[in-house]
Design a protein around this ligand. Structure first.
Ligand code: RIB
Ligand code: CA
Length: 319
């Protein structure tokens, strides 16, 4: 078996962020070095508590490292209607007993990427504020990092936050601009793809046949998320965006890609946060992302639910 890939997961936990954390812990192909947190779905401090609570549910000692609370320029913008006021829907986790790491996410990102023996993979599934400031803190991370997989943007579909913009990019479009123009080896997983990958109540009910705090967490978090997606998008399930980004670390063959130049609008009040892919090369700019253009949703959902079931069996409910 190929050695595990060392991964930093940058998050705004968030229901689907929590599922990405669980999938990272459940995947032997991933050595989860740290979970870094930024403001986004919920305020930073709540996101840090949520990440700690999720990792304690699976008795993981992976460090949780707080990052930047607010976007670089835009006012803070959270998503309680999507993730609940707690950030984890209806999940009721006990207050975490583990403290967050005495570190800062920007410093952790720079130190890990610059000193790791093997090049590190960064999976960014929240607003890109921490990543943008890490680039400014140490530009050489651009050459040292193995791969940066970003869940964000809406290319050929309406946004999920404005008619044009996807949440992660909308919250901090200036950070997204820095990242897109940095030269990082970017794989971009847009809302176009993730909005089609739906975890349904049937998936959750099957997991609930395993008595475990893991399945309880998944069921309680996604019950809120499924209701939101039904009400706002008419979906028969919830788009679990973030674990898809994590899965691309070790199963890139689940997707199809195109090398494209992608930019982001940062000036127009109406279209700020809109990601634009120049598929025809009209701007004569070199491609800056490997854009996910297709995805095997069925195979991913099989992988995800199987790994969640295995993780739940490792953590049975206490009788
Ligand atoms: O638009 C979906 C993305 O924004 C996901 O990462 C979700 O968790 C929110 O951060
Ligand atoms: Ca997220």
């Amino acid at each position: 078996m190929t050695p595990a890939r060392r991964v930093i997961l940058d998050t705004d936990p968030g229901i689907d962020d929590a599922l990405a954390i669980l999938l990272a812990v459940a995947s032997p192909e991933v050595e989860l070095a740290a979970v870094t947190v930024t403001g986004g779905n919920c305020p930073l401090d709540q996101g840090v508590r949520n990440a700690l609570g999720v990792l304690e549910t699976v008795r993981s000692a992976v460090p949780v490292v707080p990052g930047v609370a607010l976007p670089l320029i835009r006012p803070p913008f959270t998503a309680p209607e999507t993730h609940g006021n707690s950030g984890l829907g209806n999940a009721q986790l006990p207050p975490p007993t583990t403290p967050p790491a005495q570190d800062h996410a920007v410093d952790l990102l720079v130190r890990e990427i610059m000193t790791a023996r093997e090049p590190v993979t960064l999976v960014a599934v929240g607003p890109l504020t921490n990543v943008a400031l890490a680039i400014r803190r140490q530009p050489q991370i651009v050459e040292r990092v193995h791969q940066v997989i970003v869940m964000g943007g809406a290319i050929d579909v309406p946004g999920n936050t404005t008619p044009l913009a996807e949440f992660n990019v909308y919250v901090d479009p200036h950070a997204a601009h820095i990242v897109l123009h940095s030269g990082l080896p970017l794989t971009l997983l847009p809302w176009d793809i993730t909005s089609q990958v739906l975890l349904t109540q049937a998936h959750v009910d099957a997991l609930l046949t395993i008595a475990s705090p893991v399945t309880r967490l998944i069921a309680d978090a996604t019950s809120f998320y499924i209701d939101f997606h039904r009400e706002y998008f008419g979906y028969a399930g919830c788009s679990i965006n973030d674990p898809i980004a994590l899965a691309l670390v070790f199963q890139p063959e689940l997707a199809h890609y195109a090398e494209v130049f992608v930019d982001v609008e940062i000036d127009s009040p109406k279209s700020i946060g809109k990601t634009i892919a120049d598929a025809q090369g009209l701007w004569k700019r070199s491609p800056n992302v490997r854009l996910v253009t297709g995805f095997d949703a069925h195979a991913f959902l099989e992988l995800f639910t199987a790994r969640m079931a295995a993780l739940a069996r490792e953590h049975p409910a206490r009788s």
